[in-house]
Design a binder for this molecule. Structure first.
Ligand code: NAP
Length: 302
């Protein structure tokens, strides 16, 4: 039996693995896709101590190699459920079942959808949730970004270096994202900000050809011809598989304080999928350290 299973290989989960290994505990990290989590798509991280600029990919790869170097095991299998059995937790993936004394949930979150007709059908055909992954397809073309948080602002900045024209569509008249990003964006000649507006329809002919945008203040409807639409309207926590084990709040985040303890003894939570006021890289890694330290204390008390 393992000491600790970490579910999720984002910054929180991988930091938890580092701390677990430094406490000489066996640790298995289970991840559905690839290491890195949400941050892997960020082109330039400027607010994490030590490095003034680092890409999300380079950051994630360094943390992954650090955890592996310390002896953490990684398996790329999606966790479908967790159950308690004779003092241990059984973590089930589509292929296998693993046993551990303690579990750390570091599953992060997934892209929020706009909920528009054909949104899913057009994903990969002009609709994207990742500017750094797909931006290159839109060199010298016209694109729009939806959202007003840091992701939307950074996506719009990134795309404005590639595309001919970038519309940024936000439902309010001020941004949620950082002032520095907003100020940089305002200086870009090829960026047009469409305030107080929602995308209300996707126009297509096999691929996305444009969008219909409705102004919330005066009700006017505008059609914008586009090649690509980047949706960056936040994230939703990926905790559905654990709802019967740990308490979630109304929005689906695991209820836990700074000590990362959940309502189920032996299960800890780290990162963006827990209730917290600041979801940043630095708070995710801090959670990973805390959750692993608390998990080790729990195992020592058994
Ligand atoms: P976010 O901060 O939650 O912002 C989501 C944005 O989408 C908000 O502006 C919101 O509008 C808008 N929105 C939500 N639902 C919508 C809908 N149905 N239709 C239209 N607009 C909608 O999400 P995020 O930008 O992905 O950032 C998530 C966290 O990661 C944040 O804490 C952010 O600071 C952090 N982050 C940090 C960095 C960095 O430090 N380099 C980079 C990226 C993200 P309202 O403003 O009206 O609510």
């Amino acid at each position: 039996m393992l000491d600790i299973i970490v579910v999720g290989a984002g910054p929180a989960g991988m930091t938890a693995a580092i701390y677990a290994r430094r406490a000489a505990r066996t640790v298995l990290v289970l991840e559905a896709l690839s290491y890195g989590g949400q941050i892997i798509n960020t082109p330039d991280i400027e607010n994490y101590p030590v490095e003034a600029h680092i890409s999300g990919f380079d950051f994630s790869t360094k943390v992954y190699e650090q955890a592996k170097g310390l002896g953490a095991e990684f398996k790329f299998e999606k966790v479908v459920g967790i159950r308690r059995e004779e003092g241990a937790f059984v973590v089930e993936t589509a292929k296998n079942a693993y046993e551990a004394c303690a579990v750390i949930l570091a599953t992060g979150s997934e892209n929020r959808k706009l909920g528009l007709e054909d949104e899913q059908k057009l994903t990969g055909r002009g609709v994207s949730y990742c500017a750094t992954c797909d931006g290159n397809f839109y060199r010298r073309k016209t694109v729009a970004v939806v959202g007003g948080g840091n992701t939307a602002l950074e996506d719009a900045l990134y795309l404005s270096d590639l595309a001919e024209k970038v519309y940024l569509i936000h439902r309010r008249d001020s941004f949620r994202g950082e002032e520095t990003n907003a100020a940089r964006l305002m200086e870009r000649a090829n960026v047009e900000i469409v305030w107080n507006s929602n995308v209300t329809r996707l126009l297509s002919d096999k691929r996305l050809t444009g969008i219909e945008v409705t102004n919330k203040v005066d009700g006017s409807v505008r059609t914008i011809e586009l090649n690509g639409l980047f949706i960056a309207v936040g994230r939703v926590p990926e905790n559905q598989n654990f709802a019967s084990l740990v308490n979630l709040d109304e929005a689906g985040y695991v209820v836990a304080g700074e000590d990362c303890h959940t309502s189920c003894e032996g299960i800890f939570v780290a990162g963006d999928n827990r209730v917290k006021t600041l979801r940043q890289l630095v708070t995710a890694t801090a959670d990973g350290a805390m959750a692993a330290t608390e998990a080790v204390k729990y195992i020592n008390s058994l």
